[in-house]
Design a protein. Structure first.
Length: 478
């Protein structure tokens, strides 16, 4: 009895649906229309050449097994691709001549698409490619490399993982690589460096750097223009996707949803994701839990404040690259005086060099002190966790060693909780980093401590007075 092409394809879809995700099924198999079944050859219609190529690349093994189960070992599949004479997609169905049909058991046969002679290469990564092959501009700052990213204890883990990713994107356990830090500590520089190195190592791969804000705006525009599938298809072509400042997607439910599906597809197909944020995954409140769980699949690496030696290295590297000459005592003075972040160090150095150049003065230690003292006064200096601990311990007359121990004495626990509370209030350190400094506790303990302190402030007048006095001491220490 001759099988019906619709029934055969519907049976195939049941098997396919059980083996892939719902989003992939909806995107790649629902639009397919079964056309014919003759001589054990099932013909299906796909919307475009791109559509055919994607299915061949990602689902061919599943299709072969499915066709074999329905039509036997002699079963074959042909694709009918919708194109018109100019090579552009048409809305109505037109079956190609048999010579243009493509069988899965043969090498892919490209359907020739005519190009307009006036058509130019599109460098903008946010123009949907459709049926045209376009050059996707990577948007990387090629001056941001590993060579000028100074290594120190503050960034060694993140830098090493970044180099491993750039050397073998999608093939390491660091997928995704999630880099987080406060502002100005080099996470964007590191993200660009990964992309630049990967692009140089693998010129055939498509690398794209995009901010979360750009991603969100492009998605909004795609929805408005009813180009949702094109938007998804575009990002699924990327081999290494770098999303900077993912925290800007917090609260954007629909954008998070589409990023979730893009993330899943890229991860499942062995493509690499690099994500940066100003907070670790555990502190991204307003981000979907299923996304947060995926951010933890790879490696989360924090960039912390650089120590004195690293700051010296950063200044020396900047001076060398700019061709400027500074004495050792000036470099060390800058490194000692400006401790907030790398951006402030670089800004102070630029101001110093510019001031000396415009006024035709030599850069001496005295000139550096005169200028930098004015700059530092304008910087809202951030107190350290260590200083906060000392202030709290001095106030309660307990030792820092006791506060950082595992003792559960009431007065020690309260001092520890207050140190965590003020560290969260007065520094930009992550909860994880605060916990490590305060007795090697986890971020959940820090959150609990802050909640406890806030509850006591609301219910205990004497405790509230202590908090206000300590807060004033910390503010005066800036």
């Amino acid at each position: 009895m001759q099988k019906n092409h619709v029934d055969v394809w519907n049976n195939c879809l049941k098997i396919i649906k059980d083996n892939i995700g719902q989003q992939s099924y909806t995107t790649w198999f629902k639009p397919i229309i079964p056309l014919d079944l003759s001589d054990n050859i099932l013909t299906i219609q796909v919307p475009s050449q791109f559509f055919y190529e994607f299915i061949e690349e990602h689902f061919i093994d599943l299709l072969k097994k499915t066709i074999k189960s329905e039509l036997g070992t002699k079963g074959r599949l042909e694709y009918s691709i919708i194109v018109d004479s100019s090579g552009h997609q048409k809305s109505n169905s037109i079956n190609l001549p048999a010579s243009n049909k493509i069988r899965v058991n043969n090498p892919p046969l490209n359907v020739p698409l005519k190009k307009d002679k006036t058509q130019k290469e599109i460098p903008n990564p946010f123009i949907i490619p459709g049926l045209r092959k376009v050059k996707i501009h990577h948007q990387l700052k090629e001056s941001y490399t590993f060579n000028n990213f100074v290594e120190g204890e503050c960034n060694r883990l993140a830098r090493s993982a970044g180099m491993a990713v750039a050397s073998n994107p999608g093939k390491t356990i660091f997928n995704p690589l999630f880099i987080y830090s406060a502002t100005g500590l080099g996470k964007s520089h590191l993200a660009h460096a990964i992309g630049v190195m990967a692009k140089n190592n693998f010129p055939e791969k498509t690398v794209l750097y995009v901010t979360a804000d750009q991603f969100k705006n492009q998605f909004t525009e795609a929805c408005r223009d009813e180009n949702y599938n094109d938007f998804v298809h575009f990002y699924q072509m990327i081999d290494l996707l770098i999303i900077d400042d993912i925290h800007f997607l917090v609260g954007k439910k629909k954008t998070q949803e589409v990023f979730f599906h893009i993330f899943n597809h890229m991860h499942q197909t062995g493509k690499q994701l690099v994500i940066t944020s100003d907070h670790p995954p555990a502190e991204l409140q307003g981000m979907e839990s299923r996304l947060l769980s995926r951010f933890k699949w790879g490696l989360s690496a924090e960039l912390t404040l650089p120590d004195f030696n690293t700051r010296v290295g950063i200044i020396e590297n900047k001076v060398y690259n700019d061709g400027t000459k500074l004495s050792r005592d000036v470099i060390e003075y800058l490194a000692y005086t400006i401790t907030t972040n790398i951006r402030e160090i670089e800004g102070a150095l630029i101001s110093l060099v510019a001031h000396a150049s415009f006024n035709k003065k030599e850069i001496t230690l005295d000139l550096a002190k005169e200028l930098i003292n004015n700059i530092v006064k304008e910087i809202d200096k951030e107190v350290s966790i260590d200083l906060i601990q000392k202030i709290v311990c001095d106030y309660f007359k307990v030792s820092i060693n006791l506060v950082n121990s595992s003792t559960r004495k009431r007065e020690i626990v309260q001092a520890r909780q207050l140190a965590m509370f003020f560290a969260k209030k007065h520094t930009k350190a992550s909860l994880q980093n605060i916990g490590i400094h305060c007795g090697n506790k986890d971020h959940a303990t820090v959150l609990y401590a802050c909640k406890t302190v806030n509850n006591l402030i609301d219910t205990d007048k004497q405790f509230r007075k202590c908090v206000e006095e300590i807060d004033k001491i910390i503010s005066l220490s800036r």
